[in-house]
Write a protein that binds this ligand. Structure first.
Ligand code: ZN
Ligand code: ZN
Length: 349
């Protein structure tokens, strides 16, 4: 039997390990074996590794829920793919039986949703090979590279957020807080759609500097500069704020920066016990809207369309602050990500 490399997480020890494992076999007729090309490390993975986010407690698990690759082997009942197809995988699966799933909200599913995610509850993409159900696999158009397709999953979450926040009319004043990969992708998506009045706030100066490479012409500031401008000018306000930091004090500050009719999109994942204080009077008087965004229900085809439209202009790894690592370099990758010296780490197999 052929072996493969993988990075496995053991919840009981809260430890990661580079391992050699047998290549998994396709036992379900509706599943297929994918040879992984690129697999991202997501902020959620960092939370999982620190034991702050639930994952499969039963056995050591291969993490990785953002990946692209090619079809290697098909179960006998797989109908839409052939060997060699370039694909990206939607890791989130609903039970398809409950009312949430039937309502088009599989991400609210109590049995499925985030509780069955590939790479969190089932073996994922931090490996040379992964087995996935055909229903979760999306074929990529020729024009998309496997490198860029590793961003389909984060962009599918962004696309869901875009739908929830819409209409996001061109000409509106927009603030993005946090220049990790999600903030950077939001910046690119807004630019792609014609938005030019965009400010990005980020405390880490190296992340802020790296953003210049994207050449978007957006206003780049630190949170302190944001506060200074706010103090100087009471009209320094935003119609949309895309909160990507998940940092409760930053979220609370965002509320004070919203214009009349403003919308705050909560995209960053705050710690579960984080709290902010809020003025109901301001929500009433300004007709403010706070919009939570959780993963990617039925937004995968849209994300593939976005990757295609964004292409090399926006999805260049270096410009986005993405660094590529081998699986063996997992410790280095996680360290760089935690330090914030890079916006994202992606494994190349
Ligand atoms: Zn993720
Ligand atoms: Zn369900």
């Amino acid at each position: 039997m052929k072996n493969m490399e993988a990075v496995q997480f053991d919840l009981s020890k809260k430890s990661l390990k580079h391992v050699q494992l047998p290549v998994p076999s396709v036992t379900d007729p509706k599943h297929l074996l994918i040879r992984v090309s690129y697999a991202g490390i997501c902020g959620t993975d960092l939370h999982i590794i620190q034991g702050e986010f639930p994952c499969n407690p039963d056995r050591p698990l291969i993490l990785g829920h953002e990946f692209s690759g090619t079809v290697e082997e098909l179960g006998p009942e797989v109908t839409n793919f052939k060997k060699g197809d370039k694909v990206s995988v939607d890791p989130n699966i609903g039970c398809e039986k409950c009312n949430f799933c039937h309502d088009g909200n599989p991400h609210f599913c109590k049995k499925g949703g985030i509780n069955t995610t590939i790479g969190i509850y089932k073996d994922g993409g931090w490996a040379d090979y992964v087995v996935c159900p055909e229903s979760q696999v999306h074929k990529l158009p020729e024009s998309i590279s496997l490198e860029q397709a590793a961003l389909c999953e984060p962009l599918s979450c962004l696309s869901h957020g875009w739908d929830l926040a819409s209409p996001i009319k061109v000409g509106k004043n927009i603030l993005i807080t946090g220049a990790g990969i999600i903030g950077n992708l939001w910046a690119c998506a807004l630019h792609l759609h014609g938005h030019r009045r965009v400010t990005i706030s980020e405390p880490n100066q190296s992340r802020l500097n790296n953003l210049k490479k994207l050449n978007l012409g957006f206003d780049l500031v630190t949170p302190n500069q944001l506060k200074e401008r706010q103090a100087e000018d009471p009209e320094f306000l935003f119609d949309f704020i895309i909160e990507c930091s998940g940092f409760p004090p930053a979220i609370e500050h965002c509320l004070s920066l919203l214009n009349q009719g403003g919308k705050l999109v909560i995209f960053g994942v705050a710690p579960p016990h984080g709290r902010i204080s809020i003025s109901p009077y301001e929500i009433y008087a300004k007709e403010l809207k706070i919009i939570g965004v959780n993963i990617n229900p039925y937004s995968y085809p849209n994300s593939i369309g976005m990757v295609e439209a964004m292409g090399d202009r926006y999805l260049n790894y270096d410009n986005l602050g993405i660094k590529v690592f081998s699986l063996k370099e997992y410790e280095e990758a996680i360290k760089a990500l935690k330090e914030g010296s890079i916006a994202k780490a992606i494994f190349k197999m």
